[in-house]
Design a protein around this ligand. Structure first.
Ligand code: ADE
Length: 418
């Protein structure tokens, strides 16, 4: 079996960390037990391009338990946990191609390595498998039956492909499940982004001004947690509704040109390009700390910053200092890559439990419905979303009410007024 990991000797450490994470993933555990019996992915070759973390390890093992032949590569050059990659290769015999810090050429070499397996199903976090298949590996379109997509950025890319009529196979947008984005994007990104920024800098948030660029589900989570640690939160937005929501949530809202002058910490979570540009870096206070938690490293104009800077140096792990012509320094975390995975360990397991339960069930759904879906982007079937919520509640020991017959009748009627 071929694989490419940093050091196979890290496998034992990885195994223990995977075991620790799995304790907080009861929903995926139940699905795995069911998969062992039902073999819903029997005969399926599945190529996954995901952040190679302890949580992804449980997903990969679940897919394999369901009968899939799983191949795994990283969905970001800086998010791989090398001990996890080693354990998956050594203990689970899963061909893994992922090394933390790999350069761009290796990153794409690894994507091609999993595509060489001729997958029937692709599982993406950011749509790099789909995009590579459609640009460089069109031959694979003959055998792929479908794919799933984990993240907002990937879903946007794939919907653009569907709108242009170029999407060559059906995709289920796992991100669209309520049990995914309402929890993973909000509570997962919220906690892990702050975790990454604190681990990288060991700075105090209390009393600081924390600028959050973008008030989608991730931005809402980051703002909520920064606020919870005592920071004064400033939000920048382009969408009037979201901006209004941020105002009513109690935050200051202003354009980035203004926010640049007041922030101590900055975090972009917009999914768009060049959100913080050279003129904004130039306006920042000495010592400003800048990070990105959006999927791609395009939200900070680091080229512009580099051109502008008179000096740069690594000052500690994941912290690079840029000296500006006015003598001020700004500090960029994790090369502008998603700080929660670059400088910390990504979302906590209990939230990935739901995201990856959706992934596993949607892969099985894709196999069951092979041939009957169109080449477009589908939401997660309602029954899958509801089942994940039910299983998670049960795992938490939470029970809820059910509608009485009378209540059900009332909700289905139109003639019962005052
Ligand atoms: N995306 C964000 N956090 C993650 C994690 N812990 N594992 C896999 N993908 C993630």
């Amino acid at each position: 079996m071929q694989y490419d990991v940093k050091d196979a000797g890290l496998a034992e450490k990885g195994r223990l960390r995977i075991e620790w994470a799995a304790r907080s993933m009861p929903v995926l555990k139940q699905i795995r037990e069911r998969f062992v019996k039902e073999q819903p992915l029997k005969g399926v070759t599945l190529a996954a391009c995901l952040h190679v973390t302890t949580e992804t390890a449980s997903l990969a093992a679940t897919l394999k338990a369901g009968g899939a032949n799983v191949f795994l590569c990283a969905s970001n050059p800086l998010s791989t946990q090398d001990d996890v990659a080693a354990s998956l290769a050594v203990h689970d015999q899963i061909p893994v191609f992922a090394i933390k810090g790999e350069d761009t050429a290796t990153y794409y070499k690894h994507i091609h390595a999993v595509l060489d397996a001729n997958p029937h199903i692709t599982m993406d976090d950011g749509a790099d498998l789909v995009s590579t298949i459609h640009s460089e590996r069109k031959d694979l379109l003959k055998t792929v039956i479908g794919g799933t997509e984990e993240t907002t950025t990937g879903v946007i890319r794939l919907r653009a492909m569907a709108a242009d009529g170029v999407l060559g196979y059906p995709i289920v947008a796992v991100n669209d499940a309520g049990t995914k984005h309402l929890f993973d994007n909000r509570y997962g990104t919220g906690q892990s982004t702050i975790d990454g920024m604190i681990r990288a800098t060991n700075r105090l948030l209390a009393g600081s001004t924390f600028v959050v660029c973008g008030y989608g589900w991730c931005g809402r989570g980051v703002a909520m947690r920064a606020n919870g640690l005592g920071a004064k939160v400033v939000v920048t937005e382009v969408d009037p509704l979201r901006a209004l929501e941020a105002v009513m949530d109690g935050y200051q809202v202003m354009p980035i040109a203004q926010a640049a002058q007041v922030g101590d910490f900055f975090c972009t979570v917009t999914g768009d390009i060049n959100v913080i540009r050279a003129e904004h870096f130039q306006a920042m206070k000495d010592g400003a700390i800048v990070a990105n938690s959006g999927h791609f490293n395009v939200e900070l104009d680091l080229e512009g910053l580099a051109k502008l800077s008179t000096a740069r140096r690594d000052i500690r792990d994941f912290v690079e200092e840029f000296t500006l012509p006015n003598g001020n320094c700004v500090y960029v975390l994790g090369e502008g890559r998603l700080v929660n995975l670059a400088a910390a360990e990504g979302h906590p397991s209990s939230v990935m439990d739901m995201s990856f339960a959706n992934q596993a069930l949607c892969a099985a759904y894709m196999k069951r419905n092979a041939g009957s879906l169109k080449n477009t982007v589908y939401g997660v079937p309602q029954d899958i979303d509801a089942e994940v919520a039910r299983l998670k509640l049960a795992s938490l020991g939470v029970t809820i009410d059910t509608l009485t017959a009378e209540q059900e009748k009332y909700l289905n009627s139109w003639d019962m007024g005052t």
